[in-house]
Design a protein around this ligand. Structure first.
Ligand code: PMP
Length: 407
């Protein structure tokens, strides 16, 4: 019904076709890291086999080809996010580095003693700790938009939380722990009405539905390549040109300069100003290939598949006695988070693993959010374009085994 030929998609992912612990692998942990289609593996191998050289430096042909490949990948990311210009895309190691970059450049410049940084209770540690560090360094205060019992943000008090001292609002697009989809566009509008710029953590969003940074009108947007079925070690930060141009550099070194004397350095233009040192060119090439792959399948078709499978999974898991789903928000994407009466999530994960079913258990790097829900940990199954109803059925069968073991 979704228009996505999942059997064909699965054939593109070699890692899925293996047995683990004597059982066919059922991979339901893509929110932690996505698997890679052959096209991505081939693109990385092709780069190292034919084009490898350092970028932006050499006059020789390989360096030219490597630079073209790297800048070509940047253009693919621009198109993927619908940014206006490729120079608004900074390559980073991943979402974590993107947020640290903004905290330590934009943040150090604009956040002073007594100022406030606003985040939410839904955040991954990657969108909490860099702001805590910044606030500690600058003598500023970190505030949180609260979450309700459904896992939705409580927006009634938002205007009061956006004070004249608020210097930035940083929030996730989709919660990795609950799957809540945050109404980012509305939050951006309300923050901008008070003159507050907005950073969006898109790590769990870009994998599931199309994202348009111009339509959202956010000021920064961050995501990781490895969750997007590309390689580990590469990710992207989008920033509005005027903001990036006014930001001091992040790390110092080669490539981020125009000229260096013993006394003084003239920094390079954006985005290179934020890309000190030799970048992960093969990673960027692999990310570009992942984007091509997803666009080839159709991002709307992927979104429809993911939503249909999520609904199926919620229904199926809700039918297992003793299972309690966490997160019943208005709009959800990609993950089902659950607990089972009297059974520790770690035990659930261990028994499922024996059945070949890979899920994630623990606090999902969102300890403050777990605290809001009064749990230390959950079990989380996350869904991707290569998952099927059969995968969900295997999970449900595994959960019945868990019940038997603990009966
Ligand atoms: N934010 C969210 C919502 C995430 O799910 C993750 C990864 N679990 C991150 C940030 C951090 O991403 P990375 O480890 O790739 O930097």
């Amino acid at each position: 019904t979704s228009g996505l030929d999942v059997a064909r998609v699965r054939a593109d992912f070699p890692i899925l076709h293996q047995e683990v612990r004597g059982r066919p692998l059922v991979y339901l942990d893509s929110a932690a890291s996505g698997q890679k289609p052959q096209a991505v593996l081939d693109a990385i191998a092709h780069f190292y086999t034919h084009d490898n050289a350092n970028v932006h430096r050499g006059v020789h042909l390989l360096s030219e080809r490597a630079t073209e490949a790297f800048e070509g990948a940047r253009e693919k990311v621009r198109r993927f996010l619908n940014a206006r210009e490729a120079q608004e895309i900074v390559f980073v190691r991943g979402t974590t580095e993107a947020i640290n970059l903004v905290a330590q450049t934009f943040g150090r410049k604009h956040v002073g003693p007594g100022d406030e940084v606003l985040i939410t209770e839904l955040e991954h540690h990657a969108n909490i700790v860099p702001w805590q560090m910044l606030c500690e360094q600058q003598g500023a205060q970190l505030k949180y938009v609260p979450v309700d019992a459904h896992g939705d943000l409580v927006l009634e008090g938002l205007d009061a939380l956006l004070t004249p001292r608020t210097r930035i609002l940083a929030l996730t697009h989709v919660s990795n722990a609950l799957g809540t989809v945050v109404p980012v566009k509305e939050l951006v509008r309300r923050a901008h009405a008070k003159g507050v710029p907005v950073l969006v953590d898109g790590a769990q969003a870009v994998t599931h539905f199309p994202v348009d940074v111009q339509a959202l009108d956010c000021d920064f947007y961050a995501f990781s390549g490895h969750k997007l079925f590309g390689p580990m070690g590469i990710g992207a930060l989008y920033g509005k040109k005027a903001l990036l141009e006014a930001m001091p550099p992040y790390q110092g070194g080669g490539d981020m300069i125009l000229s260096v004397t013993m006394e003084k350095t003239v920094y390079n233009r954006i985005p290179h100003r934020f890309e000190a040192g030799t970048p992960d060119v093969a990673g960027a090439v692999g990310l570009g290939a992942a984007i091509d792959y997803l666009e080839g399948l159709g991002r709307e078709a992927i979104a429809a598949h993911d939503q249909a499978l999520l609904a199926y999974a919620e229904g199926a898991l809700g039918g297992v006695p003793g299972v309690r789903l966490l997160g019943h928000g208005r709009e959800r994407s990609g993950v089902v988070s659950f607990v089972m009466q009297d059974i520790h999530p770690h035990d659930i994960g261990t028994i499922l693993d024996r059945e070949g079913v890979a899920i994630r258990t623990g606090h999902h790097c969102a300890q403050p959010l777990m605290k809001c829900f009064g749990v230390a940990a959950t079990a989380r199954a996350s869904l991707a374009l290569y998952n099927t109803r059969e995968d969900v059925d295997a999970l449900v069968a595994g959960l019945h085994k868990v019940r038997e073991v603990f009966a």
